[in-house]
Design a protein around this ligand. Structure first.
Ligand SMILES: C/C=C/C(=O)SCCNC(=O)CCNC(=O)[C@H](O)C(C)(C)COP(=O)(O)OP(=O)(O)OC[C@H]1O[C@@H](n2cnc3c(N)ncnc32)[C@H](O)[C@@H]1OP(=O)(O)O
Length: 259
């Protein structure tokens, strides 16, 4: 149990709940705790997936605590940005699958934390946006790229430049969230797509995830080379042999410890 995050461990998915009243805000300390917890979960081979959600009904997270920007101190601002980079980088580097379960408001750095995850499940009526420009800031946790990657440049501009906050139903329609659920169900449903990964081959999942993450930075020919090398690295390994043998033998595969 941390100071800003609580960790539940039902089965092979860990549930990480942001618990920093009044609005589950990100500060240097809460972000450092997130980075540290994700690194610990990454090293703990008993988990294959992590669900991130917000405590209470009203807020997933309203983003960075704006008090941190009151003095206009650039050094202090850089500390916040470094903490965002470390925490959200730790989510992106996690070897398993990460799912954001959005309840209530997911704004600014709150939505950026969700965008660092592999999928987003959101409750009907939840509100999502990157409204930093309203207070003279701009998204500092990867939002100007990650939102555009998901919803397209024009829609991301409309949201970021206009400070547009959209409801989960609209976010689902435009591909910002992958699953829409009734209020109170995000966490429960998020565990379910997360749990699918538990049945998949661990090293194959980790490699496929890495390839998808890297894909936008590479040309198709470079990417195909990496994909080929990754697939060949799996061939003949115990995991791959077990997967195909189990299919041919009409039985459920038994995965060994991940390498
Ligand atoms: C690099 C930068 C990254 C960033 O993330 S910048 C921050 C981006 N986020 C925002 O701009 C959201 C700011 N918050 C809001 O606009 C509103 O809140 C909401 C629309 C989310 C909710 O409004 P309502 O339901 O009326 O609640 P309430 O009374 O405004 O909020 C409850 C308490 O939470 C505090 N709070 C909310 N968001 C922040 C924040 N981002 N930084 C600091 N405090 C925040 C409020 O002030 C208040 O506190 P009190 O009860 O003491 O008056």
């Amino acid at each position: 149990m941390g100071k800003y995050l609580t960790l539940e461990r039902p089965g092979q998915s860990a549930i990480l709940t942001i618990n920093n009243p009044p609005a589950n805000l990100w500060t240097v300390d809460s972000l450092n705790e997130l980075a540290h917890t994700m690194a610990e979960l990454d090293a703990d081979r008993s988990y294959r997936s992590v669900v991130i959600t917000g405590a209470g009904e009203a807020f997933f997270s309203a983003g960075a605590d704006l008090k941190q920007f009151l003095t206009g101190d650039k050094t202090a601002a850089l500390q916040v940005l470094d903490a965002f980079a470390a925490a959200f980088g730790a989510i992106r580097r996690y070897r398993g699958v990460t799912v954001a379960a959005i309840n209530g408001y997911a704004l600014g750095g709150g939505l950026e934390g969700a965008l660092a995850c592999d999928y987003i499940v959101a409750e009907r009526g939840a509100q999502l946006g990157l409204p930093e420009a309203k207070v003279g800031l701009l998204p500092g946790g990867g939002g100007t790229k990650l939102l555009a990657d998901k919803v397209g440049i024009a829609r991301a501009k409309r949201m970021i430049l206009g400070g547009e906050i959209i409801v989960a139903e609209k976010a689902y329609e435009i591909g910002l969230v992958e699953e829409l659920v009734d209020p109170g169900f995000a966490k429960i449903v998020a565990v379910s797509p997360a749990n699918k990964v538990v049945n998949q081959a661990p090293n194959a999942v980790a490699e496929a995830r890495r390839l998808i993450e890297e894909s936008s930075q590479l040309s198709l020919s470079e990417h195909l080379q990496r994909e080929r090398a990754a697939l060949v690295s799996l061939i003949g390994e115990p995991e791959q042999m077990e997967g195909v043998a189990a299919f041919m033998g009409k039985r459920t595969p038994k995965w060994a410890e991940e390498s």
